[in-house]
Design a protein around this ligand. Structure first.
Ligand code: ATP
Ligand code: MG
Length: 325
């Protein structure tokens, strides 16, 4: 049985549209103009137990809305979902004990309490025995490098420290499914790496199913073999990360090393492709995929070529172009 199965999932929000100006505001008192906005529209996917899937999309694509529905915080407008055999928005106690949602943009711990007490409260809510709680907290905070911060008030913790505590809190009850919405947002590169490595190890060891959103492509590249991309609420891509380059990158990067490369007139190069970089030792060109072979041939004929490199455009750039269109 799949861990997560989503069919035709849709969420429409009714938003009030204010008419411009004072007269509009007055008119609005009597008749409101509502608009329907589809935050998520007819999304389908299936995730197997133990998978670690990246959930991508530009701002406002519908990622958080989807994760909230899968966590039972929002009712869908239509469609169905099953997570570990439960319909999330039925909010069965059994389900609550088997998944966790971490919202990186929100603080889910008790602000005024020391981290340890906040974790204790979370453990109480889930009815976790003290011994299990102590073992998990010790292990997680050790791995995340925040063991010495357990007595600090949550409000006093740095962003990164707080996020690591939040992560610990979300794992206390050992969920089988973990929804992580931007768990590395605002963290420095070292902390991002710590969190990433922690997640990778946790996924490998516990076979936890993880759905992760992040605007940092490093997170996605290092953790997720599979990605689901949504855009304007619709599913845009579901497949292996590398496949994105094959399918959506129209270009390859060609680096030509030759003597006195800088002297080569730029306008004679543009017929091969866009010049990305040019200096004394090499010229870097962005060349249409289907033109790479003929361009290489022509370059070898025309320039004193010493070496030639052909690279794929970085995934990050490909994603950026996908999001921009
Ligand atoms: N409660 C709400 N009422 C009305 N509109 C909403 C509500 N929540 C979200 N939206 C809208 O739904 C769309 C999707 O929002 P969502 O938060 O799911 O995007 P996201 O993919 O998580 O974006 P980001 O990368 O910025 O976090 C947005 O246009 C947002 O303005
Ligand atoms: Mg979001």
């Amino acid at each position: 049985m799949p861990a997560i199965e989503v069919k035709g999932l849709t969420k429409a929000f009714r938003t009030y549209k204010k008419q411009p100006g004072f007269a509009g505001a007055v008119r609005g008192l009597f008749r409101r103009h509502y608009e329907q906005l589809f935050a998520v529209k007819d999304i389908n996917f299936t995730i197997e137990p133990g998978e670690l899937v990246g959930f991508l999309g530009p701002n406002g694509a519908g990622k958080t809305t989807t994760l909230k529905m899968l966590s039972g915080l929002l009712y869908p407008t239509s469609g169905t979902a099953s997570v570990l055999g439960h319909v999330p928005w039925h909010r069965h106690d059994d389900y609550r004990r088997r998944f966790a949602l971490l919202l990186g943009q929100k603080n889910q711990l008790w602000w005024d309490l020391p981290a340890r007490e906040s974790l204790d409260l979370n453990a109480k809510i889930y009815g976790i025995p003290d011994a299990d709680r102590d073992r998990t907290v010790a292990e997680m905070t050790e791995l995340l490098g925040v063991k010495d911060k357990l007595n600090v008030q949550v409000r006093e913790l740095s962003l990164g420290e707080r996020m690591k505590m939040e992560l610990t809190a979300s794992l206390l009850h050992q969920p089988k499914v973990l929804f992580l919405d931007e768990p590395t947002i605002g963290l420095d590169v070292v902390s991002q790496k710590t969190v990433r490595e922690f997640l990778r190890a946790h996924n490998a060891k516990n076979k936890t199913t993880i759905v992760l959103t992040s605007h940092y492509m490093t997170d996605i590249q290092e953790l997720c073999e599979r990605v689901i991309i949504i855009d304007h609420g619709r599913l845009f891509f579901d497949g292996r990360l590398e496949e994105i380059v094959d399918r959506f990158a129209d270009f390859k990067l060609l680096t030509v090393h030759c003597v006195n490369a800088a002297a080569c007139p730029a306008d004679s190069l543009t017929r091969f492709g866009e010049v990305v970089e040019q200096n004394a030792s090499f010229i870097k060109l962005k060349v249409k995929r289907d033109r790479v072979v003929p361009v290489c041939k022509a370059l070898l004929d025309e320039l004193p070529v010493q070496d030639l490199d052909i690279e794929e455009v970085p995934i990050e750039d490909v994603i950026r172009t996908i999001f921009a269109r």
